[in-house]
Design a protein around this ligand. Structure first.
Ligand code: SF4
Length: 209
């Protein structure tokens, strides 16, 4: 079993979990496990759980604005089926897809520190070793992009981040998108259509199932 359950490697984030457990006792307030199977061809790498999203429901991208952008696009392009709900039982089955985060615990102000990203990369590295069918990695945001490259042992300078970019990285295809956070949508950095276009590029690369 490959699990982040009970991980206490990051003192600041463990303290924040406890603080949130007092404020929001009905939330998960713990490391958030990945969603989807190890046999997936596509791995989506997000940044970190959101307070009222994954930190509440315990399922990546479930319960906040980012999920409202991500999941309809995954359903549209055949990476998920069902009806998305903003609850722990989110009504979805992922198809050939696994969703993880660069950091599995909620960071204050949604900003993980470098040492927290480094510690949690242990799990991403283990995941990449175990996902034997993996062909494509979709990185949501620059931090996720850099964490993935570091997990692969690659130099950041060789793979510049930009929305819609596609790189060959150690036998995998890496696609980049701005993170589908409510902040990015509300500021206009990213539109739902722009995000959906990148998921469509991933679909085209993997072929219609
Ligand atoms: S962020 Fe990752 S490494 Fe740090 S405590 Fe949470 S699960 Fe452990």
């Amino acid at each position: 079993m490959f699990s982040v359950s009970g991980c206490v490697l990051c003192p600041r984030l463990v303290a924040f979990r406890k603080e949130n457990a007092r404020k929001h006792p009905d939330f998960l307030n713990a490391p958030v496990e990945d969603f989807g199977g190890m046999e997936a061809e596509l791995l989506i790498v997000g940044l970190a759980p959101g307070l009222r999203g994954a930190n509440r429901t315990g399922v990546p991208f479930t319960g906040d604005g980012a999920g409202r952008v991500l999941y309809p696009s995954l359903i549209k392009h055949g990476f998920a089926e069902g009806t998305y709900r903003e609850e722990r039982e989110n009504g979805l089955r992922l198809i050939g897809t696994r969703i993880t985060n660069a950091v599995h615990c909620l960071p204050p102000e949604n900003k993980p520190k470098g040492e927290e990203l480094r510690r949690c990369r242990y799990y991403l590295e283990g995941l990449l070793e175990r996902m034997k069918s993996l062909g494509v990695v979709l990185c949501l945001g620059r931090v996720s992009h850099e964490s993935f490259l570091r997990a692969m042992g690659e130099r950041l300078v060789d793979y510049p981040f930009s929305h819609g970019a596609c790189h060959d990285v150690g036998g995998l295809k890496m696609f980049d998108s701005y993170h589908c956070s409510r902040y990015n949508i509300s500021t206009g950095r990213l539109s739902v259509e722009m995000f959906d276009d990148v998921v469509g590029m991933v679909r085209s690369h993997l072929g219609v199932r």
